[in-house]
Write a protein that binds this ligand. Structure first.
Ligand code: SF4
Length: 436
């Protein structure tokens, strides 16, 4: 343990599955939940995300998503002006007018998400009431939902949890005609999801649905015949709501790396009573290929020290992959929030006494990074440049959310994302020493 760990709140120190869990609070350096609109709007082309926020919110979302030049974007910002913030104008009225204009111009929109922001929360704009009124006003034409993407409350992946939680009440209840189904929950790249569905079909699980679906208006049914397999670790609220609807949550590690993806698929197989020999027949060749493809990256990463700062909530499954499959040493694994129940399978796979820190005090964390001098830091974009300036290689957490990294077939691509910055800095160092 490094000396600076005394900064952490010892009262909150808990031992679980041999892992040291600590809590920390203070200044944070994370993207807000609006960022998740970037992947959600691509996933559901019949939905529109209307951020109710400031010009800062508009800039964030536009620079994160890039400007769509040839297509009409499926996200926008209803900008709250100073007079709205000062309570001098009726923001509800203004919002109704913006929505009316938008829906007149865009008849293809079937679901409209009103996304709350820091400014809308500060002035206590009741977006759930606005959403209910608009749903009533446009009945049969468009469903209006709301969730918060505010940076006061959320980190960037929690935006997806908010959007999916808003969709759950609209999912039709199962009836006697429904068959048992596997529901994959969490946005995956379409190609990755298709591949996983093909594999489940080969295992004999043919009724596989997804949340979010590819059309917001085609939501899967939900009830006791549904077994939920979480593809992303940041969907605690969505999982709770699905459970409340009678669905069973299949406990498994997350499908990152060969091992995580294998255990994830085996857990689904077990939940559907698929026999072991069929599971082995389908998975064994994939595993052998995946392990082989990992070898060159393992060579580069093995023995290197990695420090994961909290941002995406993918940190614990990634740490498990980097240690167990790539041989990296875990210095510290930060996570913005820790849902112990959801992470139990993952925590058990971490080496004894791994330092897992929930929450953030960015200055203290950076002090620990400097003391430990890791080979690689996984962090937000805002921290990457200052760390690179100190000759510490970094990997942006956000890149991991935008890349197709799930499943056995993608394990080597996932490892490559971590090997690349090390290789780049090694090349630069060699170049500099050859000049000197
Ligand atoms: S929601 Fe808050 S943190 Fe996010 S861009 Fe808007 S003002 Fe900034």
């Amino acid at each position: 343990m490094s000396p600076n760990v005394t900064n952490l709140n010892k009262d909150q120190k808990i031992n679980m599955s041999g892992t040291t869990l600590l809590k920390e609070s203070g200044p944070r350096e994370v993207f807000c939940g609006l960022t998740s609109i970037v992947w959600l709007h691509r996933r559901m082309p019949d939905a529109f995300f209307l951020v109710v926020g400031s010009r800062t919110c508009a800039h964030l979302i536009q620079s994160a998503a890039g400007v769509m030049i040839f297509a009409e974007p499926r996200f926008g910002t209803a900008i709250l002006e100073e007079k709205d913030l000062a309570g001098l104008a009726d923001a509800h009225e203004e919002l109704n007018r913006v929505v009316k204009d938008l829906l007149n111009r865009r008849p293809e929109i079937r679901t409209l998400f009103l996304v709350g922001s820091c400014p809308s929360e500060v002035i206590k704009l009741d977006l759930s009431r606005v959403a209910q009124q608009l749903t009533h006003a446009y009945k049969g034409r468009v469903q209006v939902l709301n969730y918060s993407g505010s940076g006061i409350e959320t980190t960037f992946t929690q935006g997806e949890d908010g959007a999916l939680s808003a969709l759950v009440p609209l999912m039709p209840e199962e009836n006697s005609n429904n068959q048992e189904q596997l529901l994959i929950v969490g946005t995956l790249a379409n190609a990755v999801e298709d591949r996983l569905k093909t594999l489940f079909q080969r295992l004999g699980i043919s009724n596989v649905a997804s949340l979010p679906p590819r059309k917001s208006s085609e939501l899967p049914s939900i009830g006791p015949k549904t077994k939920v397999l979480l593809a992303q670790p940041y969907l605690s609220n969505t999982a709770r709501l699905l459970k409340d609807k009678g669905a069973e949550i299949v406990e498994a590690p997350f499908p990152l790396g060969v091992e995580g993806s294998e255990l994830w698929m085996r857990a689904a197989g077990k939940a559907f009573n698929i026999n072991e020999s069929l599971l082995n027949k389908v998975l064994d060749p994939l595993i052998a290929r995946g392990v082989k493809a990992l070898e060159p990256y393992k060579e580069k990463l093995s023995g290197k020290k990695v420090f994961l700062l909290p941002e995406s909530q993918l940190e614990i499954p990634l740490a498990r992959f980097l240690h167990r499959e790539c041989g990296m040493q875990l210095i510290e694994v930060g996570t913005p929030y820790l849902n112990r129940e959801m992470m139990e399978c993952e925590l058990k796979l971490l080496p004894e006494n791994t330092r897992v820190v929930e929450g953030q005090h960015v200055e203290k964390q950076l002090d620990r990074v400097k003391e430990e001098n890791p080979d690689l830091v996984v962090c937000g974009m805002g921290l990457a440049n200052p760390l690179e300036a100190e000759n510490i290689s970094t990997k942006w957490s956000i890149e991991l959310v935008f890349s197709p990294i799930h499943g056995i077939d993608q394990a080597s691509d996932l490892a490559e994302l971590f090997a690349r910055p090390l290789q780049r800095n090694e090349l630069l160092d060699n170049k500099i020493s050859s000049i000197n």
